[in-house]
Design a binder for this molecule. Structure first.
Ligand SMILES: C[S@@+](CC[C@H](N)C(=O)[O-])C[C@H]1O[C@@H](n2cnc3c(N)ncnc32)[C@H](O)[C@@H]1O
Length: 264
């Protein structure tokens, strides 16, 4: 009798530990995300909740991101949730991020994943509305051919090889393929622009960060009095650029010349 009581007590204790652990995992303070000083509340950001409950499986492996990305994703992507949209992620690896996008955006998202590794093709059978393209993002000819059959994208996320050449070739071909009315071009892991192994380096010519600085000038070209800085297609179709640690986000929309206003 005493042994039975002891066994029940141990089982109750273990069950309580399990319940407390589950509660803390779901609702406790997050260790996977940081709260940036933006309009996004870390406690209600669906990416944070997803990250806590997601477990890699036979179908989808782990996702590899940096903790502050989750806040930035929700800040820019929230308006697309539960709508019809097309998303291209460059860099599939274990497929976990494909699952993350599906869970976040809902059934309306048509996902395209691009990877140089032909094994990525297996994810096409694991999730509805996912198409995997195999190709080299650093190859201009690949893009010229591939874009003939691909739709315009609401969101492009470049999380591929991250070398300076790959980033630039991809941007030069894909930016025009992002929808002009509110589309987003999202480049992550840009710390590689400071790493020599990716052809990066501080103020080194040709890095994507240096290129981005030139694009900031183009965004402001309507105000230029210097003939070297002229209005381009990029000026006319880019509404804003957002620089974060390791990330740049381009938001597209018709950008006419604005006019100054004076209150009464
Ligand atoms: C950082 S991982 C992607 C991680 C994934 N998006 C995630 O969040 O878990 C980078 C992927 O880019 C792919 N990759 C590397 N070089 C590439 C290239 N030139 N073209 C296309 N994909 C490339 C790699 O095979 C790898 O799967």
């Amino acid at each position: 009798m005493r042994e039975t009581k002891a066994t029940i007590a141990v089982l109750l204790a273990l069950f309580s530990i399990f319940l407390i652990g589950t509660y803390l995992r779901l609702y406790g303070p997050t260790s996977t995300s940081v709260q940036l000083n933006t309009s996004v509340d870390a406690n209600t950001n669906p990416f944070n909740t997803w990250w806590k409950i997601y477990r890699k499986s036979e179908d989808f492996g782990n996702v590899f991101k940096w903790d502050h990305y989750l806040d930035i994703y929700h800040r820019h992507f929230a308006r697309f949730r539960n709508k019809e949209l097309t998303l291209l992620e460059i860099g599939v690896r274990n497929g976990g991020s494909l699952k993350m996008w599906r869970d976040y955006f809902g059934p309306g998202v048509q996902i395209y994943g691009l990877d140089i590794d032909a094994k990525a093709k297996r994810f096409e059978n694991k999730l509805e509305r996912v198409k995997i393209i195999i190709g080299d993002q650093g190859n201009a000819t690949f893009w010229t051919e591939a874009l003939k059959t691909l739709p315009k994208f609401d969101i492009v996320i470049d999380d591929g090889g991250h070398t300076m050449n790959q980033l630039k070739v991809t941007f030069d071909h894909l930016y025009d393929h992002v929808k002009p009315d509110g589309g987003i071009y999202f480049v992550e892991d840009l710390h590689t622009a400071y790493w020599s192994g990716f052809d990066g380096g501080y103020k080194r010519s040709g890095t994507f960060i240096e290129y981005t600085k030139d694009l900031i000038d183009q965004l402001n070209a309507y105000h230029s009095k210097d003939t070297k800085l002229a209005v381009t297609n990029f000026t006319r179709c880019t509404q804003s650029m957002h620089m974060y640690d390791s990330i740049v986000v381009f938001e597209k929309s018709s950008h006419p010349k604005y006019h100054s206003i004076l209150s009464q």
